[in-house]
Design a protein around this ligand. Sequence first.
Ligand code: NAD
Length: 502
Amino acid sequence: MDIRPLLDALGVDPTAGLAGALSVRSPIDGSELGRMAAASEGDVGAAVADAEAAFLAWRHVPAPRRGDLVRLFADVLRANKEALAALVTIECGKIGAEAQGEVQEMIDICDFAVGLSRQLYGLTMATERPDHRLMETWHPLGPIGVITAFNFPVAVWAWNFALAIVCGDPVVWKPSEKTPFAAVACAALFAQAVRRWSGEAPAGLLRLVMGGSGPGALLARDPRLKLISATGSCAMGRAVAPVVAARFGRLLLELGGNNAMVVAPSADLDLAVRAIVFSAVGTAGQRCTTLRRLIVHESIADDVVRRLRLAYAGLAVGDPRADGTVVGPLIDARARTAMERALAQARSDGGLVFGGDPVALDEAPHGVYVSPALVEMPAQTDIVRAETFAPILYVLRYRDFTDAVRLHNEVDQGLASSIFTADVREAERFLSAAGSDCGIVNVNIGPSGAEIGGAFGGEKATGGGREAGSDAWRAYMRRATNTINYSRDLPLAQGIVFAGGA
Ligand code: NAD
């Protein structure tokens, strides 16, 4: 597959050294898209040094001016939406509609960040001392490291980058080794915005470092990076978190999910089934928010399973560029092996598996295609409690609502959750402190497909980070609490009388 015309259209410099030991393949047909050199320790150090130098200048640029650069970046993204989405489809295999949605998400977060650039508010608090003022100011944090996963190769970076830039922080980005070309394209598009900008943008506002866990670990270790925002598996988070913590760096972790939906007897099943299918098979089950566990009331379980089997049997699996395809390929053969192992384990735990078979495409014998699997489980066994990054939906039955919530929360991860019910008491209990323990809790909508306006992230083994909207920007800034005395006296807090120094 020749991606040079696309890279060309996206303004990637053809002499930019896109060669090296790292082979990048398209999941669509397994063909090599190109090669990339993995960053050496020296390359990583140089990228961080550039970002550090950029920070010294960028922190002085007023935030609304910084926002103006992000506004231009959004314009460039709008103009290049189709081409960037096409590259995302080729590199990570998601269908066209979802790839376009991903680029739209980049545009949305840029728009959000532009507004935010005039709203980096601190509080002014009542002080207990006369003629004093107590307030807080938010300052840029410093250069930051962003590590991203293959399945959202551009949007997750943009969530971080758009906010970081308006907050005053240059970014060193290590994209997934499986999707580096999308990152190169993003950097080229940002360079276009910089060229259009009326101000002086320092060169190191964005630096890319390519490669796998090695360069990622170097970023984690580097004390010049004040925040490491890392998206990927729980295993990656377990490796990165102690390293960053040991140097007292700030962490924003967006790790694996094991997302569930409770379907109650009063649920609108037409809506629920549509939501289930989108959430469980979209992006071929390779979203962090993919629906992996369905907890259905026993009185409606047979009906729900029957409807789902019907829907699953009609799913078009194939080339994600083709009209009508709803399920594209898995990222690679390892993902299929993980899926096969999980299904074998589920069978041996007493699960009844529907679907989950390899799908051979004549035109793409080296692509990894599977039919999504629906697995009725007698209990929530260990394999159900693990995240297998593939389209497997486990179905569990419940009788009592309290049991449904217990089952729901009985996993390590805590990303996204949802309930379908027309019963306001159930809905409110699910949303309450005694309900779902996830970072995202929805009612009558699936767990996947978040908007950028809310804070995105999850609890427990999902890592506790929050990105995108609401007040997620605070992770990218440092807060200073200021007390200002404009009196002619020096009263101490808590009424302390201190005789010394009089
Ligand atoms: P992965 O953990 O294999 O890789 C993610 C990134 O981390 C890559 O850039 C990789 O090179 C890097 N990395 C891996 N090990 C590292 C280490 N020891 N030190 C430093 N960097 C390291 O994940 P993946 O297969 O690319 O993506 C799938 C996983 O990501 C799933 O678990 C999914 O749930 C999760 N994910 C989470 C979110 C979220 O927002 N919570 C979003 C997307 C994906």
